[in-house]
Design a protein around this ligand. Structure first.
Ligand code: DAH
Length: 339
């Protein structure tokens, strides 16, 4: 039995020496020390030994178990250390390698011009308001005094979702939402997306941007409108800029005007940008129609106000000399990176 124990010890030791992984070592442990392991089987046979032999063999068996356990433990440490070394080697970072270039983005030209416009109006005490792009026909047309037979309401001009809901064709419905929510004095601009059933070409896009403006208070006159827009134009296009108000018609303003600015390129001489006229149209404006005020619960006898709506895409194109509106929406980095 002593020889048997010696043999088990030697076999186990050499198996441990050959083991390469934790898995191998676990298998060895089960094979020799486990419940059905070889050493255990030998110990079971001890009951057949004589009383003199039993303690002797018992002692040797314990020594063998201890030795195998120790060897196993040592081998586990070695395997662990090896595995760690391999991992460390794999994860080595070469700090001398040149770094990967981080591409820094920047603002889209539309956002840049909008930021400038916001800054100018915030400087004059305006707040920024927002409204939904999916609007009710009521807010987009009816409350803005647009009669049922107005051509802009036509199915072929407007994206209807249902009979009562559409993609807003203008930012003017934000006027209605603001006047219904707030009491005067009101002084807001509202930038946002608008949608019209337009064929895409160099100057038209079915999706475009406007910046709406609204001021309501006691004693607001056309002079306030002119002064505000004149100051705005000078700040955005340069201090030499002049403004011109041409009579026009909008259902929600009376009187209404289209506003031109002197061409910032030729300063009024006439050039390609202004098509020789010296003037460029940038927005529609007017005094808020009494019907619109009444619809929003504001007494037109007590309050008056002005409104305007500007094409942000057009202003951006003019400011940067961009000739095709499609460039603004195609996200071609070769174009965007130029700003
Ligand atoms: N909503 C008009 C349009 O899309 C622009 C406009 C004109 C807005 C006059 C106004 C305004 O607020 O007073 O053509």
């Amino acid at each position: 039995m002593k020889d048997q124990l010696e043999k088990i010890k030697n076999l186990a030791e050499s198996a441990i020496q050959d083991a390469k992984s934790m898995q191998d070592l676990e298998q060895i442990r089960v094979k020799y020390l486990g419940k059905k392991g070889e050493l255990t089987l030998v110990l079971r046979g001890m009951k057949d030994l004589s009383n003199e032999e039993r303690p002797l063999i018992g002692k040797i068996a314990n020594e063998v178990r201890e030795e195998i356990e120790n060897s196993l433990q040592n081998a586990i440490e070695v395997v662990k250390q090896n595995e760690k070394n391999i991992r460390l080697q794999k994860e080595t970072i070469d700090v001398t390698m040149p770094g990967r270039k981080c591409k820094l983005g920047h603002k889209h030209p539309l956002t840049k011009v909008l930021d400038e416009i916001k800054d100018i109006f915030i400087g004059m005490g305006f707040k920024i308001a927002e409204g939904p792009e999916v609007e009710t026909v009521y807010h987009n047309f009816d409350a803005l005094n647009a009669p049922k037979n107005h051509p802009s309401r036509d199915m072929s001009d407007t994206f209807y979702i249902t009979e009562d809901i559409l993609l807003r064709t203008q930012t003017s419905p934000v006027q209605i939402r603001t006047m219904k929510k707030q009491t005067p004095p009101i002084k807001i601009i509202s930038p946002g997306r608008c949608f019209r059933f337009d064929e895409l070409d160099a100057t038209h896009s079915p999706m475009f941007h406007q910046v709406e403006g609204l001021v309501i208070d006691r004693g607001i006159t056309m002079a306030d409108l002119k002064g505000t827009l004149d100051l705005f134009a000078k700040q955005l296009f340069g201090s030499e800029t002049k403004t011109k108000f041409r009579p026009h018609h909008f259902p929600f303003t009376e009187p209404s005007a289209e506003v031109d600015v002197t061409c910032f390129k030729c300063e009024g001489e006439g050039c390609k940008v202004c098509k020789g006229s010296g003037w460029i149209e940038i927005l529609g404006a007017g005094m808020v129609h009494p019907n619109v005020l009444k619809e929003c619960g504001i007494d037109p006898e007590e309050y008056s106000g002005f409104a305007f709506g500007m094409g942000l895409d057009r202003v951006t194109m003019l400011k940067y000399g961009i000739e095709d509106i499609r460039l603004l929406f195609e996200n071609d980095m070769r174009f965007i990176e130029q700003f």
